[in-house]
Each structure stands twice: as C-alpha cells, then as structure tokens.
Design a protein around this ligand. Structure first.
Ligand SMILES: [Zn+2]
Length: 334
C-alpha cells in the first residue's frame, strides 16, 4: 500500500478520538488490531498512534509534536522503544515465528526512555499460524507499558484467541462525498478511479499511480471485442504480455465486478468507468454464465502464485470468456 499523503485522514477522526481518550485516561489497550479494507490508511493510522505514544509532549489532539526527542528518534527510524515487524522478503511474503520471537523479546525488555514500548506488525494477517500462536502467551500476560499494534486487512485470518485479546479499531470507507473532496485536494487524478477502487481513497491513488484506469478501459474494450467476435482471444492475450499474471487477473476481476454490478442494477452504469461498455456486455451474458466465469477466474487467481505461463493463462481466460458468452447466447437462442 502506498504511503498516505497525510496520516491525518479525515475518515479516521472518530476512531482516532476514541483511542486518544483511552490514552488520556491511561487506559491504552495492550494490543490493538487496526482492521479494514486495503486503501483506507490502516498503516498510517497505526503509525500515527505509535508516534503519539512515543512523543514526550503530544499536541492537544493527541498527535505527536514532531519536535521532541521521542518524535525525532521515531522519525529517524531509530527509537529504541519502537519495533516494526514486516515480511522479510516481499510484501506478499509471510511473517515468521523467529521474527515474532524477537518481537516478544522486545516487548519484555524495559523501556529505554521511560515511556511506552510500541511494536507494530504490518500486515499481521501475514503471520504464519505458529507465529500468531507464539504471540498468545504474551497477550495473556501483557507486559506493562507495552503496546502491540496489529494491522490487518483480513483480520479473520488471525486465530480467534488472538483477535479476542485485541482492542479492535475497524476503519470504514468514507462517504463518497468526503472521499471525493479529499482526493480533489490531494490527488485529483484519482477521483475517477474511486468507484473502481470500491470507495477506498488510497486504493484509488494507487490505481492512478499504476495506470490501472487506462489498462482497465483497454481490457473492457478487449472483452467487448471478443464477445462480438471482432477480436481473437489469442491476439488479445499477446497485447497483455509483460503486465504480470496476478496484475492482469486483478484487472479482469475489477472488470467482472463492474459487469456484475451493472448486470444487477442498470442505474450504476453511469457511475463506474466504462459503464456504457459494461452495460452492453451485460446484454451479451446472463448472470449464471457470468457467475461460472467469475468462479473460473477466482480459481486461476488462487493458482497465480504458482509458476504459470503468463501468456497461456491469459489466453485461457480470454478463451473462457468467449466460451461463456457463446454459452449464454446458445442458451438464449435455444
Ligand atoms: Zn513529540
């Protein structure tokens, strides 16, 4: 996930204020799970709270002052009472038990600066089962003045016993108007991608930065051309070589989600990118064939972590798309 433009995101206010009240009452939870969909700024929220806890003289709204020794060390990434655990190799990799054992050692030590020790696990849903279980004992008997922040899009993947020992902060998507206003100030190019991003402002920015909008439009055009026999799946697949199978399937899933939405409610067509084309496509395929095809795509997405031939897999999926449309047409004619 991209860094937030500002970590004071307006849709965090209510959750932020509740945590700051705990802080003022000296009732900061020992473990906090920051949950919510990707693109809401969960990491930004957790980091902001970590800064607040490490600051020696927080501002009236609870934020770190940005000037004290605690804030300076935190900003430099060298605060001895701050510990961050992330996947070792790549963002999609696991967080292993050895990493969590080191984290537990950190939590058990005494504070170097006499304040809180703050540990962040991000993303916590990348912990292996044994890593997550190894945290349990620590949370059952939490060390004093230590705060563990777990950031997770898929909180349900953590063991229930672990979840039940955390205070949950569930970030919710902002209202559409608020999201658009915020993007207008921070990243106007991403406004048109907000619907595609499911209303998640930071995801819309990530899409804009990665050129997802243009690719999405091109893919919908391919799906239309294939459905109307104006393009062969094999030739269409060639034009997508090099994008990466996972990225391409995510794009296809976005297009299919849009198609499913338009198929169910006509009125949404003008609210999502390429809505008119999707509306046209929704006339070419019925819900049952669309559903089966979406299942097929989901299954291949699951296998996309295995080494598959990218070109062949894209070809297969586009041929599958043509088959689904033809199947729907044959059924209508029959
Ligand atoms: Zn400070």
């Amino acid at each position: 996930m991209i860094a937030a433009q500002s970590d004071r995101l307006p849709w965090h206010h209510a959750d932020w204020d509740r945590l700051i009240v705990c802080y003022r009452l000296a009732r900061v939870p020992h473990a906090i799970a920051v949950a919510g969909s990707a693109g809401l700024g969960k990491s930004a929220f957790a980091c902001r709270f970590a800064r607040a806890l490490l600051c020696l003289s927080p501002l009236p709204d609870g934020d770190g002052c940005g000037r004290c020794r605690g804030c300076a060390l935190e900003a430099a990434g060298s605060h001895p009472d701050h510990y961050i655990v992330q996947p070792e190799k790549d963002a999609g990799g696991p967080i292993k038990i050895d990493q969590i054992r080191q984290l537990i050692d950190f939590l058990m030590r005494s504070s170097q600066y006499g304040g809180f020790r703050v540990a962040l696990v991000d993303p916590a849903d990348r912990m292996t089962v044994s890593a997550a279980n190894s945290l349990l004992k620590t949370l059952e008997e939490p060390p004093a003045a230590a705060v563990l922040l777990l950031v997770a899009s898929a909180l349900s993947q953590l063991p229930a016993t672990l979840r039940s020992r955390c205070r949950r902060v569930q970030l919710k998507p902002p209202a559409a108007g608020l999201a658009r206003d915020w993007l207008a100030t921070h990243y106007p190019d991403a406004i048109d991608l907000l619907a595609l991003a499911g209303g998640m402002p930071l995801r819309a920015i990530a899409y804009a930065q990665a050129g997802v909008g243009e690719r999405y439009t091109a893919l919908v055009a391919d799906l239309v051309a294939i459905a109307h026999n104006r393009q062969s799946p094999v030739l269409a697949a060639q034009s997508w070589t090099g994008i990466g199978l996972r990225a391409w399937i995510e794009l296809l899933q976005l297009a299919l989600a849009g198609l499913a939405r338009v198929a169910v409610t006509d009125c949404d067509a003008d609210r999502i990118p390429s809505g008119a084309q999707l509306h046209m496509l929704s006339q070419a395929i019925d819900c049952s064939h669309l559903h089966d095809y979406i299942e097929q795509v989901t299954a291949i997405r699951r296998a996309a972590d295995q080494p598959l031939n990218e070109q062949l897999a894209i070809e297969d999926l586009l041929i599958g798309w043509r088959t689904a449309v033809r199947g729907a047409r044959a059924q209508t004619m029959g």
